[in-house]
Structures are given as structure tokens and as C-alpha cells.
Design a protein around this ligand. Structure first.
Ligand code: ATP
Length: 383
């Protein structure tokens, strides 16, 4: 059993703003936990505190129920894979993989070391390269050696700090599937830091989203996507990102830039007492009206400024007027998300059958049940 618990963990460098601010997380035995968020949100700091490379300012870190705040890194029995691999250039692949076993002097027989290196090399398809030096390997192979070195020990958990960020896109995809397979096969508790949301969504049993050191939401990838708790999580997860539209409550309806939505049932409850909300609509939930729709869908016409055709899908860009009452909030959100400054245009992800062209007054629709409604003051989702 290897559980990791973080209780109210705080990290301050000097007397500045906390890099990690009161984060609590329970990572279960065998769980694959992702830490994700924009640059500087504190994800590496959090991981480095778990492994013991960084002191914890306050809070408790428990491994298997035991407080380990003051335990040296080597006594925590965790295996870390770094972004830059940190291989020994003068050692061969086999020697690099065997290194942690030899470091634990006298604990493993030579025969045992050879067997473990072979097992790791088999799993990572490194058998043909065992006698090479790191300089003679490709980036992907080096990454595999770094993983081999991590899995060769019977560590309680694997910790990965952006392990794929130095690889090109194709190799990243391949290594991602390998890491997923390896983790499932070994069933070892894993914490994995990334800023890549594809890695976050495909690898994680659960994903913890951080913003400026504060944990925003920790949930399964599907729950994060379907039920983001606030504007930040909603804007961070999903590509192209969720559209945020200012919406005014007027009598029994909600006025969006293009459409009017009747206020009834659960939606009426959500906006009760508000004059203004921000409506989130994912690009794929807005559809081409000439291709379908059901009773209860909201239909509207909008002028398409630009389209992008990607073969299996196409994007349509539709500008709308900013609403001064929510613009500050949306600009702040853009900054938090390392923004793209797209808060006055709506992106629609049309399916490949759609024939909408640039300049068209396109007929579109969405289902009100797909709308996310956010409080414009706090950014929280009004569920
Ligand atoms: P990135 O994706 O860019 O690596 P991150 O989410 O991993 O970012 P951290 O590296 O944990 O973020 O940094 C969190 C905050 O702490 C940042 O504001 C950073 O500038 C600050 N920080 C990190 N390390 C130190 C340090 N050794 N001394 C002072 N401040 C630091």
C-alpha cells in the first residue's frame, strides 16, 4: 500500500506570495494523479516537496499514513523522473538503469541487479541499446532510460516532472501511451506534473488543477470537462477553449450576444437573484442548424468572420460585442490562463459535413442543458 496525503501544504520562498497555498490532496494506492496548471502555478514546487527536494513551510505530508516532512529524500522511497532525464553520460544504458540498485549497497545481489535491469529493459524496449552511452541515444530512448532507472527500484511511488516536454509532438504521443501502459502494469502510485492538457486528460485517474498555488478542482478528467467548478478550470480544460459569453437576465429570459434563452427549470434556479452571468459553451456544443437540432434547442443566426478546416472538423469564428460589465473579469481570466485574448469572439467546432463559409450568416443551435453558468463576481459555477 502506498498512499500519499497532502494536508494543508504551504510553501513560501522568502516572504513572498505563497508558491503553494494550503493544498490538500489524498492520492490513493495505485492512483495516477496529475498536477496541472499554467506556468508558475506551483506544480513543480508541490512535487519537489513530496520528493523532499524542497522544505515544506507548513502542513503535513504523509506517505502510507506516516508523516515524512522531515525525512531525507533518500529515505522516502520515491522514484523521480525529471524533465532533463539526468542520466550519467559516462555510464551505459544498463549501468544507468542499475544505478539506484548499486547505490543501495549490499541490498541486491549481482544476479538480482541483472534480472531487474533486463526486466525494465524488456518493458521499455531498450534491450538492443543496453551497452550504449546516453549521447548515442535519441531523445525518446533517453527518456526511456530515465524511466527504466525509476522503475527498477521497488519504489512506493513514481513522481514525474514534465517528463515529455523535451520531445517532439509525435514522440510525446508515443511515450504518453507507454507511460500509461507501464503505470497500469506496475500499478504504482504516480504523481505527474504537466502543463499539457492532453497528457493530463489521457493519463490521469484524477487531475488536480492549480492556479497561483491554490488547488481549484481535483476530479476525474471527465468530471473536470463536464462539471468545471469555476471559470478558470472551465477555460483551462478543453481545446479549443470554452466560449464565455456575457448574459443578462431580462424577465423570463437570458440574453446572450446572439440568442435569447428562456429561463425555466434548473436554469431559472441557477440565475436567481442575478442581473448578469457569464455563460460557458463548449465549441462542440454549438452546431450547424442545417444538420439537425431538437425541440428545446436554442436557434440563432450569426455572421461567420473566419473558418478553419482541419479535415475531420472545422472551426468557425464569430465576433461579438464586449459587455463592459464582465470584460474586466474575462480579461483577468485571460491573464490567469496565459490568455489568447479571444474573449470577444465565439469559436464553433462544426462537424466535417458542415458547409458554413466565411461571411455566411450561419444558422446555429445549442441545447440550453449544455450551458455552464458562472457568477461574474466570483467566477464560480452556479450549479
Ligand atoms: P512551470 O510550469 O513554469 O515549471 P510551475 O507550475 O511548476 O511552473 P513552480 O516552479 O512550482 O511553478 O513555481 C511556483 C512559483 O514559485 C513561481 O512563482 C516561481 O517563480 C516561484 N519559485 C519557484 N522556485 C523558486 C525558488 N527557488 N525561489 C523563489 N521562488 C521560486
Amino acid at each position: 500500500m502506498s498512499s500519499i496525503e497532502l494536508k494543508n501544504i504551504v510553501k513560501k520562498y522568502g516572504d513572498g506570495f505563497p508558491a503553494v497555498n494550503d493544498v490538500s490532496l489524498d492520492i490513493a494506492d495505485g492512483e495516477f494523479m496529475i498536477l496541472v496548471g499554467p506556468s508558475g502555478c506551483g506544480k513543480s514546487t508541490l512535487l519537489r516537496m513530496v520528493v523532499g527536494l524542497e522544505d515544506i513551510t507548513s502542513g503535513d505530508l504523509l506517505i502510507n499514513g506516516k508523516r515524512v516532512n522531515d525525512l531525507a529524500p533518500r529515505d522516502r522511497n520515491l522514484s523521480m523522473v525529471f524533465q532533463n532525464y539526468a542520466l550519467y553520460p559516462h555510464l551505459t544504458v544498463a549501468e544507468n538503469i542499475a544505478f539506484p540498485l548499486r547505490l543501495a549497497k549490499g541490498q541486491h545481489s549481482e544476479q538480482e541487479i541483472q534480472a531487474k535491469v533486463k526486466q525494465a529493459a524488456d518493458m521499455l524496449e531498450l534491450n538492443e541499446h543496453l551497452e550504449r552511452k546516453p549521447a548515442n541515444l535519441s531523445g525518446g530512448q533517453r527518456q526511456r532510460v530515465a524511466m527504466g532507472r525509476a522503475i527498477v527500484r521497488d519504489a512506493d511511488a513514481f513522481l514525474f516532472d514534465e517528463p515529455l516536454s523535451n520531445l517532439d509532438a509525435k514522440l510525446r504521443g508515443q511515450m504518453r501511451t507507454e507511460i500509461a501502459r507501464m503505470q497500469r502494469r506496475l500499478g504504482v502510485t504516480t504523481i505527474y506534473v504537466t502543463h499539457d492538457q492532453t497528457e493530463a486528460m489521457t493519463l490521469g485517474d484524477r487531475v488536480a488543477v492549480l492556479k497561483r498555488g491554490v488547488l481549484q478542482q481535483c476530479a476525474s478528467p471527465r468530471e473536470l470537462y463536464d462539471q468545471p467548478v469555476n471559470l478558470f478550470v472551465a477555460g483551462f480544460i478543453g481545446s479549443p477553449p470554452m466560449n464565455f459569453l456575457p448574459a443578462r437576465v431580462e424577465g423570463n429570459s437570458l440574453k446572450l450576444p446572439f440568442a435569447t434563452v428562456p429561463l425555466e427549470g434548473a436554469l431559472a434556479e441557477k440565475v436567481k437573484g442575478k442581473d448578469l452571468v457569464i455563460v460557458g459553451l463548449r465549441p462542440e456544443h454549438i452546431k450547424d442548424g442545417s444538420l439537425g437540432g431538437e425541440a428545446g434547442d436554442v436557434r440563432f443566426t450569426a455572421n461567420v468572420d473566419q473558418t478553419e478546416w482541419l479535415g475531420n472538423e472545422q472551426y468557425a469564428y464569430i465576433p461579438f460585442e464586449a459587455d463592459p460589465a464582465v470584460q474586466d473579469k474575462l480579461e483577468e481570466l485571460d491573464r490567469d490562463l496565459d490568455g489568447e485574448g479571444m474573449r470577444t469572439q465565439m469559436i464553433v467546432n462544426l462537424d466535417s459535413r458542415s458547409r458554413v463559409l466565411e461571411g455566411d450568416d450561419a444558422e446555429l443551435y445549442f441545447s440550453p442543458s449544455q450551458m455552464h453558468v458562472f457568477d461574474p463576481e466570483t467566477g464560480e459555477c452556479l450549479t
